[in-house]
Each structure stands twice: as structure tokens, then as C-alpha cells.
Design a protein around this ligand. Structure first.
Ligand SMILES: Nc1ncnc2c1ncn2[C@@H]1O[C@H](COP(=O)(O)OP(=O)(O)OP(=O)(O)O)[C@@H](O)[C@H]1O
Ligand SMILES: [Mg+2]
Length: 353
């Protein structure tokens, strides 16, 4: 307890060599990570160990070895204090169908120790914040998935925690519902100063929402860095050109010409999109203004039509793909390097930003 105030200014979560072994599977494997205040994404495929980590951090499940602190509190000793200060949105449906959102969230607020009047007031505020209005008096059993996710978020926030763990809050939502939920999550931090640890198996959706992303795979830490580091290291230009009679393969001709000029050119991201666009998109590393001029002049010189040229930030999934490509070159990977790239779960589709 004594070190809580000094620690939480810098980190809200610290784990050291944290492992969780079940009889047949190692869910967490010597995971050491520091998480600062703000919005942090915890990304990993199904079975990566995300929910296991959250349960250990809440003091709900014991680790097999290693240590973990949340807000400076030891998860093995201070579980109940942690749960007073941390909100938790579990991944699975856990809502009673026969009570209304208001009744349920008031109940959760009372369980967290709020007196009756404060519980009612906080419930009304929180349900309004998550966008539930008249529906809040109807039984939860009749709610849509999106409304249920909002109730789950509201009960995690109602006792005004310092930190919330949101386990797959966009699960089951359509694209519009996902965007709304991600917007809500950002406002939890911006408007209330609550730090957020949010899990997802979709890299793409977290890069818009999070300041920092932690990627785990098979219970091991694959990468922990700021979202900007993932996505802004390099910008690239997406270019599409038309073919002409003189240049029946305009894309190929442009690629050859640009490469001849010393520019790094790649084709569309792997997966569904690249098949669909069958290599008509070229990506060029943009070094600055001169890259735009070079592309424009090269396209004009070949007599091609420029369909589009737009700047895009790298997406997290591509950063992993690129890192993997680099490791696949003859230079041996350093001992202890991450074992595998992170496979995207969204079919490899990457929107042009
Ligand atoms: N109580 C348990 N008993 C045995 N194995 C378990 C238990 N809980 C989790 N596991 C295993 O530990 C691994 C990690 O599971 P966990 O639920 O933490 O993954 P996750 O990253 O949350 O996955 P998902 O995206 O599917 O929710 C999985 O292989 C899972 O089968
Ligand atoms: Mg899970």
C-alpha cells in the first residue's frame, strides 16, 4: 500500500516474469511488461492469454510464478483493494435477463460500497455516458448485443475506478457498433481520466483507440510500444495507375521505373485485399515531398493515368508482417527473437487510411 502513490504515477500495471500454467497449457509464459496510464491495447489471438492476465491482475486467479502489481498493489495480497479501484468488463455475457440496466448497475454500485443515493446518481450518469436512455428501464434480456456491451461497460465504470479492464468490448458488434464502442472507450479516459486496458484480437481497431499496444502470443510478450511507434515510423503512398495500349501492364512498368530510381516499392498487403486488387496497388515509402514529385513525373513519363495517390500510415498488422519479412532474410534472427509474426485475425484486409 505504501508504494501505491509513487508507483501509479508512472505505471498502472507491472508484471515480472508472470506465468500461469494449467495442466495441459501454459497460458502466460514469463510475461514482463510495464503499462503506463492512458489507453492500452492488449492484443493477441484466441488463447493468447489475455483474459488469464486480466483475471490474475484482478486477484481473481493466482499466478503460477512471477509477480504483478496493479496501481502499486500486489495482486496476491491486495486483491480486494485492487477490485475496489479497478473496473472490470468481462468478455462473456454475464447479465441477468430479468432486471433492467438501471437495477443491475445500481446493484453493482451498491456492491462496490456506494450508498443508495450515490449509487442511483452514478448509475444514471454512467448509463447516460454509455448511451443508454429510455431503454435503461427495460429488462436486459430484450437488449441487442450492442446494448448489453454498454451495460457491461457501465457496471465497470459506476464506482468511479482509477483503471478499467475491458475484455473484448467490441465482441459481437457490427462495424458501426464497434466504432461507437471504441469512441466510448476513448472518452472514458479523456473525460474521466480513467486508465484503460482493453483487449482485442483485432490489431486494426486498437491502433485508432490506444496510446500504447501490448501484443502477446502464446502467453509471451511479442511487443510493447506506443501506437505511434507502430504506425508512424514510416508513411507510405498508395498508388494506382491505368494501363495504356503502349503499357499494357502499367503497374509493372511503374514499379520497374520507380525501383530503377531507387525507391522501395511493395504491392498490396497480403490476404484477401491483395487478391481482390490483384496487384494494382503499389506502396511506395514516402521520404518526403520529392517522392510525390518523383511518382508524378514517372507516371507522366510512362504516359499512364494516375487513378490515385494517397498517403497512408502503416497499420500495426503490416508492421508485424514487415518485421517478419526482415527476419526471413538470410541474416540470422538474434537468439530470443519473437518466434512468430502476429497473424491478423481480420482476414488480412487493410483499409487504405
Ligand atoms: N481454467 C482453465 N483451465 C485450463 N486451461 C485454461 C483455463 N483458462 C484458460 N485456459 C487456457 O489458457 C490459454 C489462454 O486462455 P485465455 O482465455 O487467457 O486466452 P485469451 O487470449 O483471452 O483468448 P480469447 O481471445 O479466446 O478470449 C488457452 O489455451 C486456454 O484454453
Ligand atoms: Mg479472452
Amino acid at each position: 500500500m505504501a508504494d501505491a502513490t509513487t508507483v501509479d504515477a508512472v505505471t498502472v500495471i507491472v508484471t515480472e516474469s508472470l506465468s500461469k500454467r494449467f495442466p495441459r497449457v501454459t497460458a502466460l509464459d514469463r510475461l514482463s511488461v510495464d503499462i503506463a496510464p492512458g489507453v492500452t491495447g492488449l492484443v493477441g489471438a484466441n488463447g493468447a492469454g489475455k483474459s488469464t492476465l486480466i483475471k490474475i491482475l484482478l486477484g481473481l486467479a493466482p499466478a503460477t510464478e512471477g509477480s504483478a502489481h496493479v496501481l502499486g498493489l500486489d495482486v496476491t495480497k491486495d486483491g480486494s483493494t485492487i477490485r475496489e479501484r479497478v473496473g472490470y468488463m468481462p468478455e462473456h455475457d454475464c447479465l441477468p435477463p430479468d432486471v433492467s440496466a438501471t437495477e443491475f448497475v445500481v446493484h453493482m454500485a451498491r456492491m462496490s460500497g456506494l450508498p443508495p443515493t450515490a449509487a442511483r446518481e452514478r448509475t444514471a450518469d454512467t448509463l447516460r455516458h454509455v448511451g443508454l436512455y429510455e431503454e435503461r428501464y427495460r429488462p436486459i434480456g430484450g437488449y441487442s448485443t450492442g446494448m448489453k456491451q454498454r451495460v457491461k461497460l457501465a457496471q465497470a465504470l459506476v464506482h468511479d475506478p482509477q483503471l478499467v479492464f475491458l475484455d473484448e468490448p467490441t465482441n459481437g458488434l457490427d462495424p458501426a457498433g464497434r466504432d461507437e464502442m471504441l469512441g466510448l472507450i476513448q472518452r472514458v479516459h479523456r473525460d474521466f481520466g480513467i486508465s484503460v486496458l482493453v483487449t482485442s484480437h483485432l490489431l486494426g481497431e486498437l491502433e485508432r483507440t490506444c496510446d500504447h499496444v501490448v501484443v502477446i502470443d502464446g502467453g509471451k510478450l511479442l511487443r510493447s510500444s506506443s501506437t505511434d511507434e507502430f504506425t508512424q515510423v514510416t508513411a507510405s503512398l498508395a498508388i494506382e495507375v491505368t494501363d495504356t495500349d503502349a503499357q499494357p501492364d502499367g503497374t509493372g512498368a511503374l514499379r520497374a521505373a520507380l525501383e530503377g530510381a531507387g525507391v522501395t516499392v511493395t504491392t498490396a498487403a497480403g490476404g484477401a485485399e491483395s487478391l481482390a486488387s490483384s496487384g494494382h496497388l503499389l506502396y511506395v515509402e514516402a521520404a518526403g515531398e520529392e517522392t510525390y514529385d518523383l511518382v508524378r513525373d514517372t507516371v507522366a513519363g510512362l504516359g499512364l493515368g494516375l487513378v490515385r495517390m494517397e498517403q497512408r500510415r502503416h497499420q500495426i498488422a503490416e508492421v508485424f508482417r514487415d518485421a517478419d519479412a526482415a527476419q526471413a532474410t538470410p541474416a540470422p534472427a538474434p537468439a530470443g527473437a519473437p518466434r512468430a509474426p502476429y497473424a491478423t485475425q481480420d482476414g488480412g484486409a487493410h483499409d487504405v487510411a
